[in-house]
Design a binder for this molecule. Structure first.
Ligand code: Z5A
Length: 206
Protein backbone atom coordinates (compact mmCIF):
# COMPACT_ATOMS: atom_id res chain seq x y z
CA UNK A 1 0.00 0.00 0.00
CA UNK A 2 1.32 3.45 -0.92
CA UNK A 3 2.51 5.68 1.91
CA UNK A 4 3.53 9.33 2.08
CA UNK A 5 6.29 9.82 4.66
CA UNK A 6 7.89 13.19 5.37
CA UNK A 7 11.09 13.97 7.26
CA UNK A 8 11.35 17.22 9.17
CA UNK A 9 13.75 19.06 11.45
CA UNK A 10 16.01 22.06 11.65
CA UNK A 11 19.16 22.79 9.65
CA UNK A 12 21.63 19.90 9.56
CA UNK A 13 19.34 17.60 11.56
CA UNK A 14 20.22 14.70 9.26
CA UNK A 15 17.07 14.63 7.12
CA UNK A 16 18.78 13.75 3.82
CA UNK A 17 20.86 11.08 5.55
CA UNK A 18 17.74 9.61 7.19
CA UNK A 19 15.86 9.71 3.88
CA UNK A 20 18.57 7.64 2.16
CA UNK A 21 18.70 5.18 5.05
CA UNK A 22 14.92 4.69 5.16
CA UNK A 23 14.78 4.26 1.39
CA UNK A 24 17.45 1.57 1.46
CA UNK A 25 15.52 -0.30 4.18
CA UNK A 26 12.20 -0.09 2.35
CA UNK A 27 13.73 -1.09 -0.98
CA UNK A 28 15.43 -4.09 0.68
CA UNK A 29 11.95 -5.10 1.87
CA UNK A 30 10.77 -5.13 -1.74
CA UNK A 31 8.93 -1.79 -1.82
CA UNK A 32 9.05 0.81 -4.60
CA UNK A 33 10.17 4.16 -3.22
CA UNK A 34 10.21 7.71 -4.62
CA UNK A 35 12.59 10.13 -2.92
CA UNK A 36 11.94 13.82 -3.23
CA UNK A 37 12.33 17.10 -1.36
CA UNK A 38 10.82 20.51 -0.68
CA UNK A 39 11.10 23.14 -1.79
CA UNK A 40 11.83 21.35 -5.04
CA UNK A 41 11.19 17.97 -6.63
CA UNK A 42 10.33 19.14 -10.18
CA UNK A 43 12.31 21.41 -12.54
CA UNK A 44 10.01 24.37 -11.89
CA UNK A 45 9.91 23.77 -8.13
CA UNK A 46 13.72 23.48 -8.07
CA UNK A 47 13.90 26.89 -9.83
CA UNK A 48 11.68 28.30 -7.10
CA UNK A 49 13.96 26.65 -4.53
CA UNK A 50 16.96 28.50 -5.99
CA UNK A 51 15.05 31.77 -5.71
CA UNK A 52 13.99 31.04 -2.13
CA UNK A 53 17.41 29.99 -0.87
CA UNK A 54 19.54 32.52 -2.78
CA UNK A 55 21.43 34.56 -0.16
CA UNK A 56 22.43 37.27 -2.67
CA UNK A 57 19.28 38.13 -4.66
CA UNK A 58 16.26 40.27 -3.84
CA UNK A 59 14.84 39.16 -0.49
CA UNK A 60 11.23 38.02 -0.88
CA UNK A 61 8.78 39.65 1.51
CA UNK A 62 7.23 37.15 3.92
CA UNK A 63 4.00 36.70 1.92
CA UNK A 64 5.95 36.21 -1.31
CA UNK A 65 8.10 33.58 0.41
CA UNK A 66 5.00 31.76 1.64
CA UNK A 67 3.30 31.84 -1.77
CA UNK A 68 6.46 30.70 -3.57
CA UNK A 69 6.69 27.74 -1.21
CA UNK A 70 3.07 26.77 -1.88
CA UNK A 71 3.50 27.35 -5.64
CA UNK A 72 6.43 24.93 -5.62
CA UNK A 73 4.38 22.51 -3.51
CA UNK A 74 1.40 22.61 -5.91
CA UNK A 75 3.67 21.67 -8.81
CA UNK A 76 5.44 19.01 -6.77
CA UNK A 77 2.21 17.36 -5.63
CA UNK A 78 0.74 17.30 -9.14
CA UNK A 79 3.89 16.17 -10.96
CA UNK A 80 5.61 13.87 -8.47
CA UNK A 81 3.85 13.03 -5.19
CA UNK A 82 0.35 12.12 -6.39
CA UNK A 83 1.51 10.17 -9.46
CA UNK A 84 3.92 8.12 -7.32
CA UNK A 85 1.24 7.38 -4.71
CA UNK A 86 -1.19 6.46 -7.51
CA UNK A 87 1.41 3.96 -8.79
CA UNK A 88 1.39 2.39 -5.31
CA UNK A 89 4.84 3.65 -4.35
CA UNK A 90 6.11 4.91 -1.02
CA UNK A 91 7.06 8.58 -1.19
CA UNK A 92 9.69 9.86 1.25
CA UNK A 93 9.88 13.62 1.14
CA UNK A 94 12.63 15.72 2.78
CA UNK A 95 10.44 18.48 4.30
CA UNK A 96 6.79 19.30 3.50
CA UNK A 97 4.09 21.54 4.99
CA UNK A 98 5.16 21.00 8.61
CA UNK A 99 8.23 23.05 7.63
CA UNK A 100 5.94 25.89 6.53
CA UNK A 101 4.19 25.88 9.91
CA UNK A 102 7.57 25.80 11.72
CA UNK A 103 9.50 28.35 9.58
CA UNK A 104 6.91 30.74 8.14
CA UNK A 105 4.41 30.30 11.01
CA UNK A 106 6.58 29.69 14.10
CA UNK A 107 9.77 31.51 13.16
CA UNK A 108 8.54 34.33 10.87
CA UNK A 109 5.28 34.75 12.76
CA UNK A 110 2.96 34.52 9.76
CA UNK A 111 -0.70 33.76 10.37
CA UNK A 112 -1.36 30.06 10.96
CA UNK A 113 -4.89 30.59 9.57
CA UNK A 114 -3.45 31.81 6.26
CA UNK A 115 -1.07 28.82 6.12
CA UNK A 116 -3.95 26.46 6.85
CA UNK A 117 -6.06 28.03 4.07
CA UNK A 118 -3.23 27.63 1.56
CA UNK A 119 -2.60 24.08 2.75
CA UNK A 120 -6.24 23.20 2.03
CA UNK A 121 -6.20 24.92 -1.37
CA UNK A 122 -2.98 23.28 -2.50
CA UNK A 123 -3.15 19.86 -0.88
CA UNK A 124 -6.86 19.10 -0.63
CA UNK A 125 -6.96 15.97 1.53
CA UNK A 126 -3.30 15.06 0.99
CA UNK A 127 -1.43 14.73 4.29
CA UNK A 128 1.62 12.67 5.27
CA UNK A 129 0.77 9.28 6.75
CA UNK A 130 3.68 9.80 9.14
CA UNK A 131 6.14 12.60 9.87
CA UNK A 132 9.60 11.79 11.21
CA UNK A 133 10.84 14.76 13.22
CA UNK A 134 14.60 14.82 13.76
CA UNK A 135 14.87 17.05 16.80
CA UNK A 136 18.09 18.62 18.01
CA UNK A 137 19.37 21.88 19.49
CA UNK A 138 19.82 24.33 16.59
CA UNK A 139 23.45 25.08 17.42
CA UNK A 140 24.35 21.41 16.84
CA UNK A 141 22.57 21.26 13.48
CA UNK A 142 23.96 24.60 12.31
CA UNK A 143 27.48 23.46 13.07
CA UNK A 144 26.92 20.42 10.86
CA UNK A 145 25.35 22.56 8.09
CA UNK A 146 28.13 25.19 8.28
CA UNK A 147 30.81 22.53 7.84
CA UNK A 148 29.45 22.09 4.31
CA UNK A 149 30.34 25.53 2.90
CA UNK A 150 28.39 28.61 1.82
CA UNK A 151 25.24 29.24 3.81
CA UNK A 152 21.86 29.65 2.11
CA UNK A 153 19.44 32.46 3.01
CA UNK A 154 17.72 30.44 5.75
CA UNK A 155 21.03 29.46 7.33
CA UNK A 156 21.92 33.15 7.95
CA UNK A 157 19.11 33.86 10.40
CA UNK A 158 19.83 34.70 14.07
CA UNK A 159 19.82 31.84 16.59
CA UNK A 160 16.44 32.94 18.01
CA UNK A 161 14.91 32.14 14.58
CA UNK A 162 16.03 28.49 14.80
CA UNK A 163 14.82 28.25 18.38
CA UNK A 164 11.38 29.34 17.15
CA UNK A 165 11.56 26.78 14.32
CA UNK A 166 12.25 24.04 16.85
CA UNK A 167 9.45 25.24 19.14
CA UNK A 168 7.13 25.38 16.12
CA UNK A 169 7.77 21.74 15.30
CA UNK A 170 7.49 20.58 18.91
CA UNK A 171 4.26 22.55 19.35
CA UNK A 172 2.74 20.64 16.44
CA UNK A 173 3.87 17.34 17.97
CA UNK A 174 2.05 18.24 21.18
CA UNK A 175 -1.21 19.00 19.37
CA UNK A 176 -1.10 16.00 16.96
CA UNK A 177 1.10 13.34 18.61
CA UNK A 178 -0.10 10.47 16.38
CA UNK A 179 1.23 12.22 13.30
CA UNK A 180 4.86 12.32 14.45
CA UNK A 181 7.73 10.05 15.35
CA UNK A 182 10.27 12.23 17.17
CA UNK A 183 13.89 11.08 17.09
CA UNK A 184 16.70 12.68 19.11
CA UNK A 185 18.97 13.74 16.24
CA UNK A 186 21.79 14.88 18.54
CA UNK A 187 22.74 11.25 19.17
CA UNK A 188 25.27 9.56 16.88
CA UNK A 189 24.27 8.37 13.44
CA UNK A 190 24.11 4.71 14.52
CA UNK A 191 21.60 5.60 17.23
CA UNK A 192 19.41 7.52 14.77
CA UNK A 193 19.55 4.69 12.24
CA UNK A 194 18.64 2.06 14.87
CA UNK A 195 15.49 4.06 15.65
CA UNK A 196 14.67 4.57 11.98
CA UNK A 197 14.99 0.83 11.41
CA UNK A 198 12.47 0.17 14.21
CA UNK A 199 10.12 2.71 12.63
CA UNK A 200 10.40 1.04 9.21
CA UNK A 201 9.80 -2.41 10.73
CA UNK A 202 6.72 -1.03 12.49
CA UNK A 203 5.28 0.29 9.20
CA UNK A 204 5.79 -3.05 7.55
CA UNK A 205 4.09 -4.87 10.42
CA UNK A 206 0.95 -2.69 10.16
N1 Z5A B 1 11.79 25.89 4.14
C1 Z5A B 1 10.85 26.74 4.66
O1 Z5A B 1 11.19 27.79 5.21
N2 Z5A B 1 9.53 26.41 4.54
C2 Z5A B 1 9.11 25.29 3.93
O2 Z5A B 1 7.90 25.05 3.84
C3 Z5A B 1 10.11 24.39 3.41
C4 Z5A B 1 11.43 24.73 3.54
C5 Z5A B 1 9.68 23.13 2.73
C6 Z5A B 1 15.88 24.45 2.67
O3 Z5A B 1 15.65 23.24 3.27
C7 Z5A B 1 15.29 25.56 3.49
O4 Z5A B 1 13.92 25.76 3.12
C8 Z5A B 1 15.25 25.25 4.95
C9 Z5A B 1 13.90 25.71 5.45
C10 Z5A B 1 13.22 26.26 4.25
N3 Z5A B 1 16.19 25.97 5.67
N4 Z5A B 1 17.37 25.92 5.57
N5 Z5A B 1 18.47 25.98 5.48
P1 Z5A B 1 16.74 22.08 3.27
O5 Z5A B 1 16.04 20.90 3.87
O6 Z5A B 1 17.34 21.89 1.97
O7 Z5A B 1 17.91 22.68 4.21
P2 Z5A B 1 18.55 22.15 5.48
O8 Z5A B 1 17.61 21.94 6.60
O9 Z5A B 1 19.61 23.13 5.70
O10 Z5A B 1 19.02 20.72 5.08
P3 Z5A B 1 20.44 20.19 5.21
O11 Z5A B 1 21.41 21.19 5.67
O12 Z5A B 1 20.71 19.50 3.90
O13 Z5A B 1 20.38 19.22 6.40
P4 Z5A B 1 19.83 17.75 6.60
O14 Z5A B 1 19.32 17.15 5.34
O15 Z5A B 1 18.89 17.78 7.74
O16 Z5A B 1 21.12 17.02 7.06
P5 Z5A B 1 22.12 16.00 6.28
O17 Z5A B 1 22.54 16.61 4.97
O18 Z5A B 1 21.55 14.64 6.27
O19 Z5A B 1 23.29 16.01 7.32
C11 Z5A B 1 24.08 17.16 7.51
C12 Z5A B 1 25.50 16.71 7.94
O20 Z5A B 1 25.44 16.10 9.23
C13 Z5A B 1 26.11 15.66 7.00
O21 Z5A B 1 27.48 15.90 6.93
C14 Z5A B 1 25.82 14.34 7.72
O22 Z5A B 1 26.77 13.34 7.42
C15 Z5A B 1 25.91 14.76 9.16
N6 Z5A B 1 25.04 13.97 10.06
C16 Z5A B 1 23.80 13.51 9.83
N7 Z5A B 1 23.31 12.86 10.91
C17 Z5A B 1 24.27 12.93 11.86
C18 Z5A B 1 24.37 12.46 13.21
N8 Z5A B 1 23.37 11.81 13.81
N9 Z5A B 1 25.50 12.73 13.89
C19 Z5A B 1 26.52 13.43 13.32
N10 Z5A B 1 26.50 13.89 12.04
C20 Z5A B 1 25.38 13.65 11.32
Amino acid sequence: MARFITIEGGEGAGKSTAQQFLASKLISMGLSVTLTREPGGTPLAEELRQTLLNPHGEVPVEMAELLLLFAARAQHIAEVIKPALDRGEWVICDRFTDATYAYQGGARGMSVEVITQLEKMVQGALQPHQVILLDLPPEVGLERARARGELDRFEREPMAFYERVRSGYLGRVRTMPDRYTVIDASQDLQGVEDQLECVAQGWLAE
